[in-house]
Design a protein around this ligand. Structure first.
Ligand code: G4P
Length: 189
């Protein structure tokens, strides 16, 4: 996706080996037009696949997931990272963040996932694939199907794609990073 690559080259930084900082259009400030274009592109990639719902993880997945839900005209469900006092009955799992070096629990309310529905997972980054795997577990608990994954930025020098492919999970990434190094060396596939 050309506009996204250009945006990364112009605005992203690499604060340390293997980490891309995109706070100025995706992770802190959000570029709304870009989110709409991301959504259209992901919808196009999954053309012909029946999709009933989008699932993402708060917080940074929500913006690109909303663009995709808008393009597909389906609802967006986001998994939460802390149990709301109003949540009566939920599906839970624990994921390990390689980047943040910590474990955290994610939740969705049982009432928002239905048996047999087709769900597309959308997230901002794919690194080791743990967030995506956690979301696929929630989908399975609800008896729904994961039809694939849409990623904005894939760090292809990490194992996420291989791990998901081994589990026969389709991955569509809008940009794939081959190599990044401080302060601003960014190579794409
Ligand atoms: P994984 O899910 O693919 O295994 O990745 P990992 O655990 O390593 O990363 C988890 C979190 O770190 C995710 O955010 C992900 O978006 C973010 N992340 C991973 N690599 C990068 C990177 O190079 N740059 C940036 N900016 N973020 C990265 P999260 O925990 O869901 O937090 P949030 O930001 O959505 O609140």
């Amino acid at each position: 996706m050309q506009i996204l690559q250009q945006k990364i080259l112009k605005l992203a930084t690499v604060p340390k080996e293997g980490v891309l900082k995109v706070d100025n259009f995706l992770n802190h400030i959000i570029d709304p037009k870009l989110m709409i274009n991301i959504g259209k592109e992901l919808a196009e990639r999954y053309k012909g696949t029946k999709i009933d719902k989008i699932l993402t993880l708060e917080a940074s997945g929500i913006a690109p997931a909303l663009g995709t839900a808008l393009a597909l005209e389906v609802p967006l469900l986001f998994a939460k990272k802390s149990i709301p006092s109003t949540m009566s009955d939920g599906y839970y799992t624990t994921i390990h963040s390689f980047t943040k070096k910590k474990d955290y629990d994610i939740f969705i309310s049982k009432e928002y996932i239905s048996k047999g529905e087709n769900i597309l997972i959308v997230d901002d980054f794919l690194a080791m694939g743990n967030s995506v795997l956690g979301m696929t577990e929630l989908i399975q608990m609800g008896g729904a199907n994961c039809v694939g994954v849409g990623i904005v930025i894939e760090k292809s020098f990490q194992q996420g794609r291989q791990i998901l492919s081994k589990k026969s999970i389709r991955v569509e990434s809008l940009v794939r990073l081959k190599y990044i190094a401080p302060p601003h060396i960014i190579e794409f596939f």
